[in-house]
Ligand binder design. Structure first.
Ligand SMILES: Cc1ncc(COP(=O)(O)O)c(C=O)c1O
Length: 398
């Protein structure tokens, strides 16, 4: 067999490797507490499940769906954007349902990137931006996200020739993995930068509904002229605890939406229709669940931040997202730190370097484990002594 060259550049997906390690430990009877993947532990609200159960009984929903989704779903997405962000969308031309945002994020590269082309990609960043670029034969120019710049990219630091040759710009707020947020001023500047260099902007915003202390994240689509230059990826995964249902959407620029639709209709056959009806219920039904879930995550966030700061790891409390981005002590790589923590304390955190070189001095903790797990994980962290004996917990949590 002669495999493709692109496969040589494709490392196993970060979380597949972490899940494997956890499974090995659990198979040996060891108890592992995982702050790893951002996969909500709270169940999908029952009214959404009830709608699925009803829709699955209808034989019309057992057949191939249309690849651009049910018109009623596109309308529900448009209505949701109007209500939540005051952004009007044409449901037929500016909305495209996806089999989860990840699928669309990977496929959009095929619409813009020819072999040798460049995409501007945040570092650290959700790995699929650069993986999609690589699979399309392109290269990523990484934009460092640093604490000093509130984890926003510095467009001015991009060399002129790179900005000119790049075709796509990726941004993501509320941000994974840093938990940073962006305001409208940043999104307006992004539109200006995109106009200046004829860039197509892909904003990835699946965490706009996971926010704390009354903060309400904005959508890139609210920026002046956003629809002229870009699209936004969104998802029901984190807003409604539906990661396993695989449903998301892209909205915005008509030409980009049409291109993505063209690629997708030649690759997949849409989202199972019963799931689309459940998604309509999620978007149009009661929304109290969002505040309820956020109250739970906020409580966990505060527990984790207190503990991390007590033991000497610096982390800012995020205003939104499911993640805490904690700075590790000098003298470690993030992989060493995470490995030691797993081996000695049975606690999983994600090494920051998995999201790019600029993530090297950090680890990410996800808030998607039940409260009891959070408390257990934190008490283990408090009692942990690393093998290099550089890290000393200053307090004990009981
Ligand atoms: C930044 C970001 N974008 C997209 C996704 C994928 O979302 P979906 O479940 O809709 O594929 C994730 C999932 O963790 C994410 O963190």
């Amino acid at each position: 067999m002669r495999m493709s060259r692109r496969l040589d550049n494709l490392a196993p997906y970060l979380f597949v490797e972490i899940s494997k390690k956890i499974a090995e430990k659990r198979a040996k009877g060891e108890d592992v507490v995982s702050f790893g993947i951002g996969d909500p532990d709270i169940p999908t609200p029952s009214h959404i499940i009830d709608r699925l159960c009803q829709a699955i009984q209808d034989p019309a929903n057992h057949r191939y769906p249309e690849s651009d989704g049910l018109p009623e779903l596109r309308q529900a997405i448009a209505d949701w954007y109007e209500k939540r962000f005051n952004v009007p969308l044409d449901p037929d031309k500016e909305v495209l349902p996806l089999i989860g945002a990840k699928e669309g994020i990977a496929h959009i590269a095929l619409c813009f990137i020819d072999p040798g082309d460049t995409a501007l990609v945040p570092d650290p960043g959700y790995p699929v931006y650069s993986i999609g670029t690589m699979l399309a034969g392109g290269k990523s120019y990484f934009l460092p996200l640093n604490e000093e710049n509130d984890f926003l990219p510095d467009f001015k630091s991009i060399p002129e020739h790179i900005a000119k040759e790049a075709k796509l710009l990726w941004i993501n707020y509320p941000n994974n993995p840093t938990g940073a947020v962006a305001d409208l001023d940043f999104f307006n500047r992004t539109v200006g930068f995109a106009h200046q260099y004829d860039l197509a902007v892909c904003h990835d915003g699946p965490y706009t509904e996971v926010a704390f202390d009354g903060y309400q994240p904005v959508s890139f689509m609210q920026a002046d002229g956003a629809k002229e230059v870009g699209i936004e990826f969104h998802s029901l995964s984190k807003s409604y605890n539906m990661t396993g249902w695989r449903i998301g959407m892209a909205v915005g620029n008509k030409t980009m939406i049409d291109a993505l639709k063209r690629v997708k209709s030649n690759i997949d056959s849409g989202i199972p229709q019963a799931i689309q009806y459940a998604a309509i219920e999620a978007l149009t039904g009661p929304q109290d669940c969002i505040q309820e879930h956020n109250a739970i995550y906020q409580r966990r966030r505060d527990l984790v931040i207190d503990m991390l700061n007590n033991i000497g790891l610096k982390a800012r409390p995020p205003k939104a997202s499911l993640y805490i981005w904690a700075k590790i002590p000098d003298g470690y790589t993030s992989v060493d730190f995470a490995t030691d923590l797993l081996e000695k304390a049975g606690v999983v955190v994600t090494p920051g370097v998995g999201y790019g070189r600029s993530g090297e001095n950090y680890v990410r903790l996800s808030l998607t484990i039940p409260d009891a797990g959070v408390v257990k994980g934190l008490s283990r962290l408090a009692g942990w002594r690393d093998s290099k004996n550089r890290f000393k917990a200053k307090s004990n949590l009981t």
